[in-house]
Design a protein around this ligand. Structure first.
Ligand code: PNS
Length: 164
């Protein structure tokens, strides 16, 4: 009998920080596909957390998800997808603005490598307002994070950013 390798799907993003919306997309992707790799972009604009710290927090938040690996990537997404042997990329879409952004990225990615397939999952309506940008603002002002990021990440960020 020959060993069959389970298809690998990439879930890329900045995840600065990883939110409850990201976790929901990842959980749903895990229910659809056998293996996921969360790819944390290291080369985006400076945000709140260094890429390695984002990876560490995601790993802590997804310990119950089997067959999920998380790591940093540098450079172009299509190059990393080819390097890690992923068959497709999954992305979440929350609203029309996200759709337009994804449309542009999909177009450029297709010109860079037309073999990389993109799969889009619509955000759960009750989580669609949650963005990392707004969560960073809540963190800066010391607001409650419990409904915005997974509990283990909320606790870590509270420790890291509380002023007392
Ligand atoms: O969570 P984000 O910020 O919406 O994720 C965007 C991300 C990291 C997936 C995107 O910026 C990306 O793929 N960056 C890697 C650089 C790249 O490939 N750029 C060209 C294609 S748009």
């Amino acid at each position: 009998m020959t060993d069959t390798v389970q298809p690998l799907i990439a879930y890329p993003g900045s995840f600065d920080p990883f939110t409850v919306g990201h976790l929901d997309i990842l959980r749903r992707a895990c229910a659809l596909f056998p293996r996921l790799v969360v790819l944390v972009a290291a080369d985006g604009k400076a945000g709140l957390l260094p890429a390695e710290r984002r990876v560490e927090l995601i790993r802590r938040a997804v310990t119950d998800l089997e067959n999920v690996e998380t790591r940093v990537f540098h450079g172009l997404l299509v190059d990393e997808v080819r390097r890690c042997g992923a068959s497709a990329v999954v992305r979440g879409i929350r609203c029309a603005g996200d759709y337009e952004h994804e449309w542009g990225m999909a177009g450029v990615n297709a010109l860079l490598d037309h073999q990389v397939e993109f799969i889009y999952l619509l955000a759960r309506p009750d989580l669609a307002a949650v963005s990392s940008t707004l969560v960073r603002d809540v963190i800066r002002h010391g607001g409650a994070l419990e409904k915005l990021v997974p509990p283990v990440i909320a606790a870590a960020l509270r420790r890291e950013f509380s002023s007392d």
